[in-house]
Write a protein of this length. Structure first.
Length: 95
């Protein structure tokens, strides 16, 4: 499981039966556990609803070579929850 700062979002994604596509340490040792889901995360709506602490930041990678992703990262715990940038269902709230 990811850190306590991102756990409520992870729990909601799991309860909504959102397909998890990857879990683990990503491309750098500067990341602890990152979880990828097969949805587009509406970061604005989710940030407003979850009221994350200041250590949780929106993360977006739009580099075609390294992989397109958008989600949240915890700069304190080095965990992340990522979704796609486009081409999938938009996740705003759990089902």
């Amino acid at each position: 499981m990811v850190c306590q700062h991102l756990a409520p979002l992870e729990d909601e994604l799991i309860k909504a039966k959102t397909k998890e596509t990857y879990r683990g340490q990503t491309w750098t040792k500067n990341c602890r556990e990152w979880v990828y889901f097969d949805v587009v995360l509406d970061t604005s709506a989710l940030a407003a609803r979850f009221k994350f602490p200041p250590c949780v930041k929106v993360h977006e990678n739009l580099d075609q070579k390294s992989g397109l992703e958008r989600g949240f990262k915890c700069v304190e715990c080095k965990d992340g929850i990522m979704g796609l940038v486009s081409g999938a269902e938009i996740f705003r709230e759990g089902g």
